[in-house]
Ligand binder design. Structure first.
Ligand code: SAM
Ligand code: SF4
Length: 452
């Protein structure tokens, strides 16, 4: 079932859930959602919060003042899995002290073998697969929470919303656990996404980010095979919507039609996430990525020619099994040559069950992986510093998302994070900001005027 299911359900609380505080006729569960991992997890946590709010529960500020805890987990790398396991250990202690505490776990930790997970974590009350909201709703129903009124969309606390458009992944890159945990690709019907975005825009959302592990696969499994470009065209005609983004693209699948659509639609922002993963063809082959370095290079040139203002992010894995110093140098020189705006670097982490885990030995020592990771990060910091310094003195359109450490913050169309100080209320405004200071990671500026 698609992740939109929650907004189509009607939910009501019929009976008090007696171990918790009651307010009027409704049951008040104080919930806390702990999220780690990608934007998809963040979007799904937003949806779960929207559902819990709509059945009358209230957000808590931490584990310690919650009666219901939901862990939205990531196991893409061992370091993320370790954090999840540590948090599960912490919650075991909390549940010993407060036996009524309900613990629910979702995200990529939850595989098909839930019996094994139940045996390992007996203090967890429910395990449900990412996006399997019927399981969550059924769990609520078993506790006397039934359907009556229409569930609302996620609580709107920012002008930006994440919208999953395709679940799962069919690619099976050799290092990646995602297809095993999130299953095969399932696209949400185009009309359903358009209706959701229309409703969000009506409620004040100005920017949407469409999410999928591979957004270029969107629609292949739907009647009539609409694609991402078709969806962008439809969304562009929603009056109150100002900006549209999407991620992640796959270099083997991104189409010229999509690039042309980005170039032609004003509301589609000039930013793409196009993970290359390695600058070496043999490593790319072992990763089963389905393209060569040259194909990626040509793609970047085409995108830059057709959309001159584009900013590009990429992902790189260092220390893949067997990666020689020379092969690593190929990744380093690709980063130098391509001058991406952002590079996310990760050290290879063997994931049980994946092709690389079965077929290759994790034979690059962790100090070497760390050294390679640092080299790419240092190089990229210098490149991003140069790219961003060219923005100094320019005026840029920023959609203000909120406040952090006493400053307003928001993003440019090219996804640069901008901070500024001002006494006014800027949330959800489009501001014209004159950039005064830059760093590799963010920009600082002064407000010039409101655009909307
Ligand atoms: N679908 C996107 C793509 O095609 O690249 C990315 C999704 S993946 C969940 C996010 C990032 O995590 C990847 O781009 C990759 O760099 C990193 N990643 C995935 N598996 C990894 C592993 N086993 N070890 C290290 N990094 C990994
Ligand atoms: Fe993982 Fe590859 Fe799918 Fe991205 S495209 S989620 S890296 S299998």
């Amino acid at each position: 079932m698609s992740s939109s299911s929650l907004i189509e359900h009607e939910i009501k609380i019929k009976q008090p859930y007696n171990q918790h505080k009651e307010e009027g006729n409704s049951i008040m569960l104080r919930y806390f959602i702990w999220t780690i991992g990608c934007q998809m997890n963040k979007a799904e946590s937003q949806q779960i919060a929207g559902y819990l709010d709509s059945v009358g529960h209230q957000a808590a500020t931490s584990f310690s003042n919650a009666d219901l805890v939901i862990l939205n987990t990531c196991v893409v790398r061992q370091s993320a899995e370790n954090k999840v396991l540590g948090t599960l250990g912490l919650l075991k202690g909390l549940k010993n002290k407060h036996p009524n505490l309900q613990i629910l776990v979702t995200g990529c930790l939850v595989n098909s073998d839930t019996q094994e997970l139940k045996r390992r974590f007996p203090h967890v009350d429910l395990l449900f697969k990412p996006g399997d909201y019927p399981e969550l709703i059924a769990w609520n129903e078993r506790r006397g929470v039934f359907i009556e009124q229409e569930a609302s969309l996620s609580t709107i606390s920012s002008p930006c919303a994440f919208i999953p458009i395709i679940q799962g992944c069919d690619n099976f890159c050799s290092y990646c656990i995602v297809p095993y945990r999130r299953g095969r690709e399932v696209s949400r019907p185009l009309g359903e996404i358009v209706r959701e975005v229309e409703e969000l825009a009506r409620r004040g959302i100005k920017e949407v980010t469409l999410l999928g592990q591979n957004v270029d696969s969107y629609g292949h499994d739907l009647p009539g095979h609409p694609d991402l470009a078709d969806l962008l065209n439809e969304l562009s005609s929603i009056d109150d919507l100002v900006r549209i983004r999407f991620l992640t693209n796959h270099p083997k699948d991104i189409s010229l039609k999509l690039i042309d659509t980005v170039a032609s639609l004003n509301k589609v922002c000039e930013h793409l996430e196009l993970p290359v993963q390695s600058g070496d063809d043999d490593i790319l082959r072992a990763m089963r990525r389905g393209y060569t370095v040259e194909r990626h290079r040509e793609l970047v040139h085409t995108i830059r020619r057709k959309v001159p203002q584009i900013s590009l992010s990429t992902d790189i894995i260092v220390g893949f099994p067997g990666e020689t110093e020379e092969q690593f140098e190929h990744s380093l020189s690709l980063v130098k040559e391509m001058r991406f705006d952002v590079v996310h670097v990760a050290a290879y982490s063997p994931r049980p069950g994946t092709i690389a885990w079965r077929e290759y030995q994790d034979n690059i020592p962790s100090e070497v992986k760390k050294e390679r990771l640092n080299k790419i990060e240092e190089l990229q910091a210098a490149i991003a510093s140069e790219i961003n310094s060219q923005l100094q003195g320019r005026q840029m359109e920023v959609l203000v998302e909120g406040r952090k450490k006493g400053k307003w913050f928001g993003r440019t169309r090219s996804n640069k994070l901008v901070f500024f100080e001002d006494a006014g209320d800027w949330v959800a405004q489009l501001a014209r900001i004159q950039i005064e200071k830059t760093s590799p990671w963010s920009l600082r500026g002064e407000v010039k005027k409101i655009i909307n």
